[in-house]
Ligand binder design. Structure first.
Ligand code: MF3
Ligand code: CO
Length: 255
């Protein structure tokens, strides 16, 4: 069952979303090629989240069969797709780093991700980042009341394919708001006209994960870090949004 939020609840998710965006901005600003570690980016996010009186939605998160997630944010470099654990790895010129932040504020959750280029990156990497962000916005364009989840999914996949890249199929977007993960699931591929009907007040985390090569991924021995099976680059852009009868309202952008 997809639970729709009241306008008051949407404002609470927006408040969490502002903190998410501020944390992501701080992570981007903490990037110094050849100097900063992924742990430095984690610390930049922690400072913002703590100052806002919010908490991490990820720290301690433990789905069935998984150890508890050990950090406040997820930071995934190059062929790491999502759920990378911050550590001592230094970010070097030419890397791409996917930063994912979820926070809880006053009982409500916001969730967003951005892939940053570290200094100058290859043309291929640059095209991957642009195509992934564009694919997210193609999906958001379809996230209006009266459409279906499949309209969002198909629009994302279509844009990604047009660039010769692949959407990850094993991981999906999700409803968000009172919990980090709520129904419905939002795959980044599918058929338009199919799936859950979108209605005003639904709050969704739409999050294309896009591989430069094939769609296959697997988890590392740490049980969390998801990597591309062919070792090629991956990118991830995510927004939390509220469905309205008009254009979607993005709850995790700056203002
Ligand atoms: N933003 C991701 C998601 O939507 C990350 C959650 S996994 C966690 O699923 F363990 F880090 F929380
Ligand atoms: Co998410």
């Amino acid at each position: 069952m997809v639970v729709r939020k009241t306008p008051d609840e949407v404002e609470k998710i927006r408040a969490a979303g502002r903190v998410v965006r501020a944390a992501l901005n701080a992570m981007g600003q903490a990037i110094v090629p050849g100097k900063s570690t992924t742990y430095d980016l984690e610390n930049a996010a922690i400072a913002v989240i703590e100052a806002a009186g919010a908490t991490s939605a990820f720290l301690g998160y433990a789905p069935q069969g998984h150890p508890a997630y050990p950090a406040w944010t997820c930071i995934s470099v190059n062929s790491e797709v999502v759920h990378g654990i911050p550590g001592r790895r230094v970010l070097n010129e030419g890397d791409v780093v996917s930063c994912d932040v979820g926070v809880k504020l006053n009982g409500y959750y916001g969730d967003a991700a951005t892939t940053f280029a570290v200094g100058r990156v290859s043309d291929g990497a640059d095209r991957l980042l642009k195509a992934t962000q564009e694919a997210l916005y193609k999906g958001l364009d379809k996230a209006v009341a009266g459409n279906r989840i499949g309209d969002v999914s198909a629009a994302i996949d279509k844009h990604v394919r047009a660039h010769g890249f692949s959407v990850v199929r094993d991981l999906v977007g999700h409803g968000v708001g009172k919990s980090l993960h709520e129904p419905p699931q939002i795959p980044n591929f599918g058929r338009s006209g199919q799936g859950v009907l979108l209605q005003e007040g639904m709050t969704l985390a739409i999050e294309p994960m896009v591989n430069a090569g094939g769609h296959r991924v697997h988890a590392l021995a740490d049980h969390w870090t998801v990597v591309t099976s062919d070792g090629k680059l991956s990118a991830h852009f995510e927004h939390t949004v509220a469905v309205t009868r008009g254009a979607v309202r993005i709850l995790t952008e700056g203002d």
